[in-house]
Write a protein that binds this ligand. Structure first.
Ligand SMILES: Cc1cc2nc3c(=O)[nH]c(=O)nc-3n(C[C@H](O)[C@H](O)[C@H](O)COP(=O)(O)OP(=O)(O)OC[C@H]3O[C@@H](n4cnc5c(N)ncnc54)[C@H](O)[C@@H]3O)c2cc1C
Length: 400
């Protein structure tokens, strides 16, 4: 059994290792177009590699995938987060869980993961062919032929794990085989608000906001960070991921509404009623779970004087303040790629794939794994988890 793996990333290595471990008679070759493998693993998670997430319920896990969650459910039944932890532990790499459930190698360096994958591949005699770009796949009787640097090579099975492509044209070699592609667009980005005065608050972090896209049902909760170019933080990144396709259509010109407190109007009005007997100065007495700098910024924006006392707040100001606290609107003009983790959504349409085996429904013997698929997760280790799961299944089933 001669198996080719296209792409030396997380998914490709997991696929090759699993195939060889499942069938020791198989010959495995990883074709990598560049001169290095596992580049993204190395830089991931700020150099620490956020390997997976300690979400050990499949029904919860799939909620972290704006695209592909439903389909991944079938795959996760075979290999999910717990299996990833065990897989690494069995090979001597212990993972640790941080407060927000992200899991990293105990060593705190991605090099541990790179070394493990490289050493395991070497011990299993998996061949790595560097500077070997696969430019076409041709099908003949019982063989699958790859065009590698212009040369024709023939295999029994092929696993395609060539990663995400920011442009649809990067997938032309697969559309040529008839595969349906969902047009790739970026996911996981931050919002630009050029010249908006809110950027004066750069560095301010608000613990629990609800951010929504005006005119849509897109809404996410979590911490928000004000940056010198606009807004970032988990609530914004999640919103960018869930809204990736819709926001691309607006060419990244849209309005975002921020509920700084994450409560509804009724709850907030009750809080205001309780404050209506307070003789404290509003500037000094911020009763809400938002930073002082943001509180002062809001009061100044509403031209509420420094000496204003809570129980003398005019109805007009009260209503405006309530509106600002729960429905503050900002114009977004453009996006910035998130420095820690970015992925492209789109790719091979999942209806082309048997998600339990990762085999193509169109062509027997061709398997898919990793970010090349129309699967993407929010930040937190979910993208690697999808790569490990689909890589594992592609490897195991191709080697049968
Ligand atoms: C800076 C950064 C940080 C990240 N941090 C995290 C994180 O901490 N946690 C997390 O879950 N996710 C993270 N991600 C996302 C995660 O890295 C990816 O989802 C994951 O690496 C995808 O793995 P893959 O094997 O599918 O693709 P890739 O890692 O992109 O590997 C594909 C490989 O295929 C090769 N290739 C492509 N085309 C061909 C061809 N035609 N012939 C031969 N070779 C080819 C490429 O050169 C590449 O080496 C991060 C991403 C980035 C960019």
């Amino acid at each position: 059994m001669n198996i080719a793996v296209i792409g030396g990333g997380a998914a490709g290595f997991m696929a090759a290792i699993t195939a060889k471990e499942s069938n020791s008679n198989a010959t495995l070759t990883i074709f990598e177009k560049s001169e290095k493998v596992l580049v993204k693993v190395k830089v991931s998670g700020g150099g620490r590699c956020n390997v997976t997430n300690a979400t050990f319920s499949i029904s919860q896990l799939i909620k972290n995938y704006p695209r592909g969650g439903k389909q991944l459910k079938k795959s996760f039944f075979h290999f999910y987060t717990k299996d990833t932890v065990t897989w690494f532990e069995n090979r001597g790499v212990l993972l640790k869980t941080e407060a927000d459930n992200r899991m990293f190698p105990k060593s705190n360096t991605s090099q541990t993961i790179v070394d493990l994958l490289l050493n395991t591949a070497e011990n299993l005699n998996i061949r790595i062919s560097y500077k070997s770009r696969v430019s076409a796949i041709e099908l003949s009787d019982n063989k699958i032929n790859l065009v590698v640097n212009g040369e024709n090579l023939s295999f029994d099975k092929v696993i395609i794990a060539s990663g995400g492509s920011p442009k649809a044209s990067g997938l032309d070699w697969l559309t040529a085989l008839g595969y349906r592609i969902v047009k790739p667009v970026p996911s996981l980005f931050t919002f630009n608000m050029p010249k908006n005065p809110v950027t004066e608050l750069m560095g301010v972090s608000v613990p629990n906001v609800t951010a929504s896209i005006k005119g849509s049902k897109l809404k996410q909760q979590g911490p928000l960070l004000i940056t010198h170019w606009g807004m970032s933080g988990p609530a914004i990144l999640k919103l960018s991921a869930w809204g990736a396709q819709d926001l691309a259509k607006t060419n990244y010109n849209f309005s975002v509404q921020i509920n700084w407190l994450g409560v509804n109007e009724e709850e907030l009005r009750e809080e205001f009623t309780a404050l209506s007997s307070s003789r404290k100065q509003m500037h000094n007495h911020n009763p809400f779970d938002i930073p002082k700098r943001l509180w002062h910024f809001m009061l100044n924006k509403l031209e509420i004087p420094e000496t204003q006392i809570w129980n003398e707040l005019a109805k007009k100001h009260k209503n405006r303040l309530i509106n600002m606290l729960i429905n503050d609107e900002f114009e977004v003009k453009g996006k910035t790629t998130f420095k820690e983790e970015f992925v492209s959504c789109g790719g091979i349409d999942l209806s082309e794939i048997n998600m339990e085996t990762m085999e193509s429904k169109r062509h027997k013997g061709i398997y898919f794994a990793g970010e090349l698929l129309n699967i993407d997760g929010v930040t937190g280790g979910f993208n690697f988890q999808a790569a490990w799961t689909t890589g594992y299944l592609a490897g195991k089933n191709s080697a049968l």
